[in-house]
Design a binder for this molecule. Structure first.
Ligand SMILES: Nc1ncnc2c1ncn2[C@@H]1O[C@H](COP(=O)(O)OP(=O)(O)OP(=O)(O)O)[C@@H](O)[C@H]1O
Length: 316
């Protein structure tokens, strides 16, 4: 993978009347990667993605997609761009295969319709009218239409919303296959598991800004890790410790004891675990049900979403 950006966003702003939904975003999507754009409802993801798709002009800043301005030079990028919107507007009277053929007719180099129907497990629904498809089937048709033109850049806005777990995994397999073929993907999702499964990098938006950006590991690295255990004395009897009984832990940011279980949050997991284990050995304690784990993407996301001063954070 090279690091050439296929999407480059610099200082992008978008306003609806007096309300600014995108407030100075810098973002790159590198060739061949999948970047997952995350954020709470109303964070500005769709508003930003529409700028990348060239559906609206930015009020300020510069956006380049496949080397062009996606709004002013839209004709130059449409051939390389596959878009899956949250709601595609096709006639519900056409059948699935008719819709696909109609769309294929507008494309320069469409893939064979039957092959794409098969990829999306829609072959058995080919002759069903779009209006009679289930929500999940319609979502898969939206994705089929987005990949029909062999796009270099695929933009997926919440592609698996409304899909059952099996269909969601089928879409993930399909997206992984596209990535292996060198397609670049910009994805928005509310499913953090989806981002963990698929994303090379994530960008987390809040209130119109990207407040964290990097690999999943980088995005969670600022988040405290957790240590939990139930202290027992040598013969195996449970002890109820106070937090003041614990050794000094250099990375400790929070500690509590609930029904004997000690719960710690730390910014230096390995060092504090070493101190705890040495302390337990010296005192002949057993740390039953010991768990030590780094923060998950979900914990990082929730603490960013809840953080009051997050607007002051500088995106990486
Ligand atoms: N056409 C519009 N007119 C006025 N405000 C709008 C318009 N479209 C979006 N907004 C507002 O801009 C903000 C960002 O909306 P946007 O749809 O980009 O967020 P999002 O991150 O995609 O949210 P979701 O996860 O709910 O899809 C929201 O507060 C929304 O109400």
């Amino acid at each position: 993978m090279t690091y050439e950006p296929i999407v480059s966003v610099r200082g992008a702003r978008r306003r609806y009347g007096l309300f600014e939904a995108v407030r100075g975003v810098d973002l790159d999507v590198r060739r061949g990667e999948l970047l997952a754009l995350l954020g709470t409802n109303g964070a500005g993801k769709t508003s930003l993605v529409e700028l990348v798709e060239g559906l609206a002009p930015a009020d300020a800043g510069e956006i380049r997609v496949l080397g062009h301005d996606p709004y002013r030079e839209r004709a130059r990028i449409v051939g390389g761009l596959g878009v899956m919107l949250q709601e595609a507007g096709f006639s519900s009277d056409l059948t699935t295969v008719e819709t696909m053929r109609l769309w294929a007719g507008t494309l320069a180099r469409p893939r064979p319709v039957e092959e794409v129907l098969d990829d999306l497990a829609l072959t058995s629904r080919a002759d069903v009218r779009v209006g009679s498809l289930s929500g999940g089937e319609r979502r898969r048709l939206d994705l089929a239409l987005a990949i029909l033109g062999r796009p270099e850049l695929l933009v997926l806005d919440e592609p698996t919303t409304g899909l059952d777990p099996e269909s969601r995994r089928a879409v993930w397999r399909l997206v992984r296959g596209l990535l292996e073929d060198g397609v670049t993907v910009l994805l928005t999702t509310h499913y953090l598991e989806e981002a963990e499964e698929l994303a090379d990098r994530v960008a987390i938006m809040r209130a119109g800004r990207v407040v964290r950006e990097g690999t999943v590991a980088e995005a969670v690295s600022a988040e405290p890790a957790r240590i939990e255990f139930l202290p027992h004395d040598g013969p195996g009897a449970a002890l109820t410790l106070a937090t003041t009984d614990l050794p000094v832990l250099p990375g400790l940011v929070a500690a509590d004891v609930e029904r004997g279980r000690v719960r710690l949050r730390t910014t230096s997991l390995q060092e504090d675990l070493e101190v705890l284990l040495a302390w337990a050995r010296e005192r002949g304690l057993r740390l039953e049900e010991l768990e030590a784990r780094s923060a998950s993407l979900e914990q990082a996301f929730l603490s960013l979403a809840q953080s009051a001063d997050v607007d002051e954070e500088v995106a990486a």
